[in-house]
Design a binder for this molecule. Structure first.
Ligand code: PLP
Length: 414
């Protein structure tokens, strides 16, 4: 079984995790992360979502409307709610996965406090349009959610440098990992000081229980990704036996993990510092794998300039043919996402052929009851993507990618 993701972790990370803790580990990770991102400051958090909560607090946003994508990780609106604010959802741009910036203007009100601009799946958000919005509304903060988009560029600009701050996620499914964890980066001394002050006041030191849980989690990550064990786990997952452990959201409630206010542990920071050494390889490997997929899959006759969204009213679940994602200069392809007409068949035939496809992101947030239970027609592009995406494995280079491509040809032919 080829898993849909595999964190790039080696012996160095394991050794780092097992070393004795030093009190400066988190500070060291913060400064190395800031240097990597070319920002003056970085502040570490137990999760990316905790970083977003505290960023909104540090910007003194409370009881405000925060504009964010309808199609993003559900932890983003959860964090907005936990910060005491209200998420306002925007559908995706047809032709891409990011929020439709043409629709942002009409969603702005006197209560708007910030825009969370996400560069989803490693695709850069359109900074030209975003900067126009910023120029017309200078009091609205622009926050870049770069959880999927380390190092993405719009034209020549690094996306994460263009807002008041950027949020990164560092769990094992992200481009860089510190087991769990998140970072907020900024160039503003004032914002940095305020963030640090809030963390001091409100976040608890990591307990020894959390340290042990993290170590055990890391220890299971290594064997988990070996083939026989992974197949076994995948089987259990399919039977629903692991729901308690793998489901990171619950349709029916807005919640946070129990330890979301416990600081990042030293051992996580040490793993992060080691993982930074692999950063250049990770990014170039993603780009190379994406290029291989584009080259090989274009022969399927799918188009890749932009995605076309089928007539929503008629039948939003189906696109007649498999579509490739857009090929964009400056993208880092955290995910390589096909749009298919019958996702369940793909997932099934993938497993039968020894490849686990993902289905991220498989929900349209405004449709969730806790976010208003809107009809799919209100957010048609997001609704369509949520039902049609298939993610291809993005690790293992050409060797794995070739197996994936061969299977896709077989699925397409059947
Ligand atoms: C992963 C992710 C985050 C942060 O997630 P945490 O699990 O809280 O670290 C934020 N936004 C997006 C789009 C993500 O995928």
């Amino acid at each position: 079984m080829i898993p849909r993701l595999k964190p790039i972790l080696g012996l160095q990370e394991l050794q780092a995790a097992l070393q004795n803790g030093r009190s400066g580990d988190v500070i060291r990770f913060e400064s190395e992360f800031a240097a990597l991102m070319n920002q003056r400051f970085a502040v570490a958090f137990p999760y990316g979502r905790t970083g977003l909560i505290y960023l909104l607090k540090a910007l003194d946003l409370y009881d405000k409307e925060i504009i964010c994508p309808a199609y993003t990780c559900v932890v983003v609106p959860h964090a907005i709610v936990y910060s005491g604010n209200k998420p306002i959802f925007i559908d995706c741009e047809p032709g891409g996965f990011n929020m439709d910036l043409n629709k942002v203007e009409q969603a702005i009100s006197s209560k708007t406090g910030a825009i969370v601009a996400t560069s989803l799946f490693g695709y850069p958000v359109d900074l030209d349009k975003l900067n126009d919005i910023r120029a017309r509304h200078p009091n609205i903060h622009i926050i870049h959610d770069c959880a999927h988009s380390f190092a993405v560029k719009w034209k020549e600009c690094n996306v994460h440098l263009e807002g008041v701050a950027a949020v990164f996620g560092l769990n094992i499914s992200k481009l860089l990992t510190s087991i769990f964890g998140g970072m907020v980066t900024t160039d503003s001394q004032t914002l940095y000081s305020r963030l640090k002050q809030l963390c001091e006041l409100e976040l608890k030191p990591a307990s020894w229980k959390k340290r042990i849980r993290r170590l055990l989690y890391l220890a299971t990550v290594y064997p988990t990704f070996y083939e026989p064990i992974y197949s076994f786990i995948n089987q259990m997952e399919r039977l629903g036996l692991l729901n308690r452990f793998v489901k990171y959201y619950d349709e029916k409630q807005i919640d946070m993990p129990p330890d979301y206010l416990e600081r990042m542990c030293n051992l996580e920071a040490r793993v992060g510092v080691e993982n930074i050494n692999r950063y250049n390889f990770i990014i170039s490997d993603r780009r190379a794998t994406a290029k291989y997929y584009f080259d090989e899959l274009k022969k399927l006759g799918t188009t890749s300039e932009t995605i076309s969204v089928p007539n929503i009213k008629a039948d939003f679940i189906r696109s007649e043919k498999t579509q490739l994602p857009p090929e964009v200069k400056g993208a880092t392809y955290s995910h390589f996402v096909l749009l298919v007409s019958d996702r369940n068949r793909w997932l099934r035939e993938g497993l039968a052929g020894g490849i686990q496809f993902g289905s991220l992101i498989e929900y349209n947030i405004p449709e969730m009851t806790v976010y208003g239970g809107h009809s799919p027609e209100e957010f048609p592009v997001s609704a369509y993507y949520s039902r049609s995406t298939v993610n291809l494995p993005m690790w293992g280079g050409k060797k794995i990618a070739k197996k994936v491509v061969d299977l896709i040809y077989r699925i397409q032919a059947s």
